[in-house]
Ligand binder design. Structure first.
Ligand code: SF4
Length: 209
């Protein structure tokens, strides 16, 4: 893939997933940075700027096995690569993508009357926290805290729970104050903006009236 390389780094846990990272001329900097889970480039645009303005460094982590179909997963990643060309910073990509496992889990949650989003968000935060811990980052956070469409308090609670569980700090900020700025920025940068959260169930919720 242009402007990127695969590395020998592996995600934590038993699944030895080979991670990609980009851009090639930058390196991760765990000592002084937060590992920032990225769901998509538009949400990144508002949050990244806000952290930079405060002198807080971030390395990115793209881990979103919930984004369906696969072409959409790829499109969101490609958009992050476009963003990084304009505003360089280091990003890891975990390629884990198990649509059958993911859908079975989400539907099991719904059938049991539970919220599928809680499982989906927790999975992404857990992986980010584990990887942050393994690499020595002082904290982890997520661009999910920007969207006014996301269950903000649930993300905050899950982040704090995961932090306690994994032994690494959760950096919380109500990034929603930058929601309109992210709209402006992503339009200005001509970033692709998706019309649904991620899974096919959310795509149905968005379009089936
Ligand atoms: S709607 Fe979004 S947060 Fe909820 S399960 Fe689907 S992808 Fe995950």
């Amino acid at each position: 893939m242009e402007g990127s390389h695969t590395s020998a780094r592996t995600a934590s846990g038993s699944s030895a997933v080979e991670l990609e990272s980009f851009p090639e001329d930058l390196s991760p900097d765990p000592m002084f940075r937060i590992l920032f889970h990225i769901c998509c480039a538009p949400c990144l645009s508002g949050t990244h700027d806000m952290l930079l303005e405060r002198g807080i460094g971030v390395d990115g982590f793209y881990f979103n096995p919930n984004i369906q179909p696969y072409s959409e997963w790829q499109k969101r990643l490609d958009t992050i690569k476009e963003y990084v060309k304009e505003k360089p910073f280091f990003v890891y990509v975990d390629p884990t993508y198990e649509i059958g496992t993911w859908l079975r889990k989400a539907i099991r949650e719904e059938d049991a009357g539970r919220n599928r989003c809680a499982v989906c968000i927790k999975q992404r935060l857990e992986k980010t926290a584990e990887f942050a811990k393994e690499k020595g980052y002082r904290a982890f956070s997520t661009t999910l805290l920007l969207s006014t469409y996301q269950p903000h308090l649930l993300i905050k609670d899950l982040g704090e729970e995961v932090a306690k569980d994994k032994g690494v700090e959760f950096f919380y900020e109500d990034f929603r104050v930058k929601w309109s700025k992210s709209l402006t920025l992503s339009r200005k940068m001509r970033l692709y903006r998706q019309q649904y959260c991620g899974c096919v169930l959310s795509e149905q919720d968005r379009y089936l009236k």
